[in-house]
Design a binder for this molecule. Structure first.
Ligand SMILES: [Zn+2]
Ligand SMILES: [Zn+2]
Length: 230
């Protein structure tokens, strides 16, 4: 459902139950989960919280990266992780515009996405599509496209193979397991692209997605995730 429709419906804040206008958090909950205290910021590359005044984490200053920067709205910790669970586990689709609104605010604070940037959701595995009947990343991307008035390119990434569910794998297995996971369509050639996902954990999935997009000729890749595992 579009933003305009939701904004006319009286809703409850999904975290505290306070009455709010539309699919959103109350301002108190929004500040609680998104604010970074004491002038701290997130690493522009990996979106982890940085110590005060550090420009990036040491690991992100070197290395080769397929994407330029990462936007994350909040850390994947209680109580905010419940927003992701409501979408992914309880299949509350009304969480997608809530998450998109938080993400749009974070993107605007961080200087925005390139003009005409294509929003491309990370495609779900067949197993999770069967389980949920929808792709949470796709729902977030759809709401974010409406929020930011940017084009959505749902099918621009596809899985080249199915992998075991990542939650059952260790960190190293996840990192190597994602290499070559995706292929991108030629419609991204010459375009700035933002890869949209629900949660970033090791970054291996978005790195694989970004590599595929660059290989298909994307001009640049930005990562946009609702939540970052600290
Ligand atoms: Zn609240
Ligand atoms: Zn970093």
């Amino acid at each position: 459902m579009g933003r305009r429709v939701w904004s006319r419906i009286g809703c409850d804040c999904p975290l505290c139950g306070a009455r709010v206008a539309g699919a959103r958090l109350c301002s108190g909950c929004e500040t609680d989960i998104t604010a970074l205290p004491g002038g701290r910021s997130r690493c522009p590359r990996c979106a982890l919280r940085l110590p005060a005044l550090a420009p990036a984490c040491p690991a992100c200053l070197g290395g080769s990266w397929a994407y330029g920067r990462t936007f994350a709205a909040f850390d994947y910790t209680p109580p905010a992780d419940a927003l992701i669970q409501m979408l992914k586990t309880r299949l509350r689709l009304s969480m997608a515009p809530v998450l998109a609104r938080l993400l749009a605010a974070e993107i605007r604070r961080g200087g925005g996405l390139p003009e005409g940037c294509l929003l491309v959701p990370v495609p779900a595995s067949r197993a999770s599509l069967r389980l949920r009947g929808m792709n949470p990343a796709g729902e977030i991307a759809r709401s974010l496209a409406a929020e930011l008035a940017l084009p959505l390119a749902r099918g621009a990434l596809r899985r080249r193979r199915e992998t075991p569910r990542q939650t059952s794998l260790g960190r190293r297995a996840r990192q190597t397991g994602a290499t070559g996971l995706f292929a991108a369509s030629s419609r991204v050639r010459g375009r700035h692209v933002a890869v949209v996902d629900d949660v970033m954990t090791t970054g291996s999935t978005v790195q694989a997605a970004a590599s595929a997009l660059l290989a298909a000729g994307a001009a640049s890749v930005t990562i946009v995730v609702a939540a970052r595992t600290p």
